[in-house]
Design a binder for this molecule. Sequence first.
Ligand SMILES: [Zn+2]
Length: 145
Amino acid sequence: MDPAANTTPAETTPRVTKSDDEWRAELDPEAYAVLRKSATERPFTGEYTDTTAEGVYECRGCGAELFRSTTKFESHCGWPSFYDPADSDAVILRKDASLGMVRVEVLCASCHGHLGHVFEGEGYATPTDQRYCINSVALRLVPAE
Ligand SMILES: [Zn+2]
C-alpha cells in the first residue's frame, strides 16, 4: 500500500490551534524547531531512540496520543521507530518533496505538528513493513502504570 494514497489534506483545520508566538513560548527550542518548523533532530541523539519502556507516546505539542510502545521496534536508524500509529486518525500523512527526495511526512492530526516521516518496504520484520521515523523531541512518553 502506498502510504500517500490515504493522505489527508493537511489543510484541514487542526483541533489545537495556536499562534506561532504561542508555540514558541510553550515549546523548548528543539521541540519548536521540529514540531513547528519541520526540523529533524540529529540521529542517535533523541531521548527515546533506544527506549523500550512501556507506555504511550503523546504529542509534545498538544498531548494527543500518537504511538504506543507496543509498536516501537529497533530500526537502528537513529530515531524512534514505530510500525503503526496508535490510531490511524492520530496522524496525518502528507507528501513531502523537500531536500530533493519524495517522502511521506507524518504530522500530528490534532495540532498539525511535524513528527517525522514514514517509510515502507524496507524489509523490517514488522507486521506492516512501515517505519514511522519520529523525532524524539516531538514526543513525550507517558510510562505505563
Ligand atoms: Zn499534536
